[in-house]
Design a protein around this ligand. Structure first.
Ligand code: NAD
Length: 269
């Protein structure tokens, strides 16, 4: 195994049939990892994602379709993963966004966002991390958000879930900091905190802003960027994937408990 290789590693990426999750899965595959894909998808979408990840270089690929809003389903998903391989790399990426004021939010919105964005990562981590510690190597990369570091109006459930995910990651980083060694690679837990990144999750917000600007999508994107993201450009999901691969290498054994913004300066303001 070379320094930058993930050959022989087994990675599980939640929400990886599209968007940031699929890009992360492809980057890990390019580095040689075996990849368990996951998400809400019809058979055609799942097969297409598996084909992309195989083509990127993953020797072995499986797909799991567990609905993470149902906490009771997570035990079965973990068993299916374990029957496949012991997981070395966990990327908690699946997430949902529902914009609403606190006054208009329903209990259903609050509970569904917290279930997918925060409770599911907690349950998956508590199941998978002890075995990482026993083997002296493990990587957890939680895809949080700039909204795990700063707030915006009309996003109370999402912001709460992502601040919670950053807190959860720091606690886990501390609890596992002394597991393993430099030579085994240790067990680390970090968050990546994207700003505006070109995926389906931001389309409703782009459409709403475009509607205020005569229906022009490009103007909608430019307006959202001008409001928060000083670089005035979006990120491509593949850029998050490459950062994830770096965090998963042994060289990053002492990088733990961090929250790394990929946000064009949003949170530097
Ligand atoms: P996306 O909507 O394209 O992908 C979300 C993924 O989550 C999909 O694969 C979907 O199948 C999965 N998912 C959703 N609900 C699920 C459920 N109940 N059970 C199982 N899987 C479920 O969005 P994305 O932009 O790729 O988002 C990935 C992560 O990045 C999310 O956690 C999101 O909050 C975060 N993020 C995105 C941006 C951005 O600008 N795109 C910015 C900051 C953070």
């Amino acid at each position: 195994m070379t320094v930058n290789s993930l050959e022989g590693r087994a990675a599980f990426v939640t929400g990886s049939v599209q968007g940031i999750g699929l890009a992360v899965a492809k980057s890990l595959a390019s580095a040689g990892a075996n990849v368990a894909l996951h998400g809400l998808a019809n058979p055609e979408q799942a097969e297409a994602a598996m084909a992309e990840v195989r083509a990127a270089g993953a020797p072995d690929v499986i797909f799991l379709d567990t609905d993470l809003s149902k906490a009771g389903a997570i035990d079965g998903m973990v068993k299916a993963l374990r029957d496949w391989r012991e997981i070395d790399i966990l990327v908690n990426n699946a997430g949902i966004q529902k914009t609403t004021s606190i006054a208009d939010a329903t209990a259903e919105i609050w509970e569904s966002v917290l279930a997918v964005n925060l409770s599911a990562p907690f349950h998956i981590m508590r199941h998978l991390m002890p075995s990482m510690a026993e083997r002296g190597f493990g990587r957890v990369v939680n895809i949080a958000s700039v909204h795990g570091l700063v707030a915006s109006q009309n996003k109370a459930p999402y912001v709460s879930s992502k601040f919670g995910l950053v807190g959860l990651s720091r606690v886990a980083a501390l609890e596992y900091a002394s597991a393993g060694s430099r030579s085994t690679g240790g067990v680390t837990v970090n968050c990546i905190c994207p700003g505006w990144t070109e995926t389906a999750i931001i389309e409703p917000q782009i459409a709403a802003r475009a509607a205020e600007l005569g229906g022009d999508r490009d103007k909608g994107v430019a307006s959202l960027l001008a409001e928060k993201q000083p670089s005035l450009r979006t990120s491509d999901p593949s850029e998050i994937g490459e950062l994830c691969v770096w965090l998963c290498n042994k060289v990053a054994h002492n990088v733990t408990g961090t929250s790394i913004p990929v946000d064009g300066g949003w949170t530097a303001q």
